[in-house]
Design a protein around this ligand. Structure first.
Ligand code: ATP
Ligand code: MG
Length: 560
């Protein structure tokens, strides 16, 4: 822990954990778990849960296990299991053990049988619709099922036959017999088991009945010895039921304890796995790791670092109130991190030729370029300067206003790490488009020379026409146009998508230094933003992603 983190006041979960430790609960053991359902890739919301589950265990010398909450075979797959493991490790965390809720199917089934025998569960043959109708409302008690008082023997027999596959899906369920008039709706005879005829990714066709979340989670925590079961606020209303089952199961003093915190929501982002799956399935993005996706693998591909995500989560914090976080804060975190670690290089995204008419033809000067002014230990590299260069098309303007401190006839600018040049003119084609621009350089102004301090307002980036490489650059914008897409219930999800979320630039030029770049390497393209090399790159075809532009809208918000 850094000194700063140490001084920070405790969040409410740390306070609970410290109190439990002080009271000597669970013999001073701290054990958490991260319990993803393997039905999709992890998103940045999961990163919040991961940082908490692993962080608390770390902080209090406990352990955190990874538990796959695989109780619904219909949506689950090993592909997701593998990706989840990879993403957790990439974020910088290591689980103690890996468990699967499906490992407890036998124990859970036996526990259900025990509850049937104790008269605490029964087989209901009513349809889901009828059961829902009988639930009542928070102010009106529900109605008892006509099957509620079925004899124990009959319940046992039917439950066994349900699991043998004698009945089709939906034909019957096992329900807990609790209280149809309870003010907590979750106590109104909740379903414990349903029939599913679908092969499970681990247990195959062994089981035909599958436990509901509420009948699996607390018990799994108990079997494993979890002390603090951290989950999001929507489970707060489930907590009494969690405790109810655990109390029926527990034999000694030990109890797992559920604590809820606010989930992460981000502006311009959807976070539900169902919707993310839909984006992937309908081809609205290029897979789970599309750099526009809020998935961990999407951010990784986009060029985010694990540190930037962890720092972001740390800034967001844990509370008891749901809210929505400005995505600009996440972008601020990656800028902050890459500012310290990304080498500065030159790339021209929309090139136009600049010919230095008084520079000798065929001459090549190697200019020194500092890799990172924030970290001089990162050293420097060389960039070739030649008579023919490329500059950004929008760094040139023919009839420029006074405040245009870039390339315009008659004015001087500095070419970064090279010379001061004076723009002398432009050549256009028949359509009036600019095809070449011209300038003269002042040989005494090379960076580092005494004359180089001469005042000019603008500094432009450039690359040599000959000594540069072609590249494709992918620019990303928000995937959704509205601030809170999940709130736009009346609008179709497709209408909310930003049609310009991806721009592909095919004619970019980058300096030679980038020939050595490896996939996921980070760079700052000077004046443009932070970029990384995409794994789509091949020998001779470099592809870069813009991670984030240099403009920090979050700092602006903050300073207001
Ligand atoms: P989704 O609603 O996106 O499908 P989920 O809750 O169904 O997510 P799980 O795989 O069940 O996904 O989640 C694993 C853990 O991650 C749970 O403890 C859950 O509370 C937590 N989690 C999921 N989404 C978020 C979020 N947006 N913010 C914080 N924690 C989250
Ligand atoms: Mg879930």
């Amino acid at each position: 822990m850094t000194e700063e983190e140490g001084k920070k006041s405790l969040n409410f979960i740390e306070a609970i954990v410290e109190k439990d430790l002080a009271e000597g609960k669970n013999d001073g053991r701290i054990q958490t778990r991260f319990p993803p359902e393997p039905n999709g890739y992890l998103h940045i919301g999961h990163a919040k849960a991961i940082c908490l589950d692993f962080g608390i265990a770390d902080q209090y010398k406990g352990i955190c296990n990874l538990r796959f909450d695989d109780t619904n075979p219909v949506k689950e797959d090993v592909e997701y299991v593998d990706s989840i493991k990879e993403d957790i490790q990439w974020l910088g965390f290591q689980w103690n053990e890996i468990y699967y809720a499906s490992d407890y199917f036998r124990q859970l089934y036996d526990f259900a049988v025990q509850l049937i025998k104790e008269g605490k569960a029964y087989i209901d043959e009513q349809s889901a619709e009828v059961i829902a109708q009988q639930k009542g409302t928070p102010t009106q008690p529900g109605t008892n099922s006509p099957y509620r008082d079925r004899p124990v023997e009959e319940n046992l027999d039917l439950f066994e036959r349900m699991n043998k596959g004698e009945f089709e899906e939906g034909r019957m369920t096992l329900r807990a017999k609790i209280d149809m008039a309870s003010p907590n709706m979750h106590f109104r005879d909740p379903i414990m088991y349903r029939i599913i005829h679908h092969s499970h990714h681990r247990t195959g066709t062994e089981w035909k009945v599958y436990p509901m979340y509420d009948f699996a989670h607390g018990q799994s925590d108990y079997f494993e010895g979890v002390t603090h079961s951290l989950c999001t606020l929507e489970f707060e209303v489930h907590r009494p039921l969690y405790d109810y089952y655990v109390d029926l199961l527990a034999t000694g003093e030990y109890r797992p304890r559920q604590i809820e915190f606010n989930r992460l929501n981000l502006t311009y982002t959807v976070m539900s796995k169902r919707k993310l799956l839909q984006l992937v399935k309908e081809g609205l993005v290029n897979g789970w790791d599309d750099p526009r996706m809020p998935t961990i693998c999407g951010y990784r591909r986009r060029g985010f670092t694990p540190e930037s995500i962890r720092n972001f989560i740390n800034k967001v914090g844990y509370t008891k109130y749901d809210g929505i976080i400005d995505v600009a804060l996440l972008e601020h975190s990656i800028r902050e991190d890459l500012n310290m670690r990304a080498p500065r290089v030159s790339a021209v995204l929309d090139p136009v030729k600049l010919i230095i008419t008084n520079y000798p033809e065929g001459q090549v000067e190697m200019m020194e370029a500092i890799n990172n002014p924030e970290d001089l230990s990162a050293g420097s590299h060389e960039i070739a300067f030649t008579r023919e260069l490329f500059i950004e098309r929008d760094d040139f303007m023919e009839d420029a206003p006074k405040k245009f401190f870039r390339m315009t006839p008659g004015r001087e600018v500095r070419l970064k790490n090279a010379y001061i040049v004076k723009c002398t003119g432009v050549k256009k084609n028949d359509a009036g488009e600019i095809v070449e621009t011209y300038a003269e350089y002042d040989p005494l102004t090379r960076t580092g020379m005494p004359e180089s301090n001469r005042k000019v307002k603008g500094t432009l980036h450039w690359v040599s026409a000959e000594h540069s490489l072609p590249a494709e650059v992918r620019l990303y914008d928000r995937l959704f146009m509205v601030e809170n897409p999940s709130e736009e219930k009346e609008k179709d999800f497709h209408e909310l998508l930003n049609p310009d979320s991806l721009t592909i630039l095919k004619n970019c030029r980058v300096e030679m230094e980038l020939q050595q770049a490896k996939p996921y390497d980070h760079f700052q393209f000077q004046r443009l933003g932070y970029f990384n090399l995409d794994p789509d790159s091949t020998e001779g075809h470099l592809v870069f992603n813009r991670t984030v532009s240099l403009k920090d809208s979050w700092s602006k918000v903050k300073d207001k």
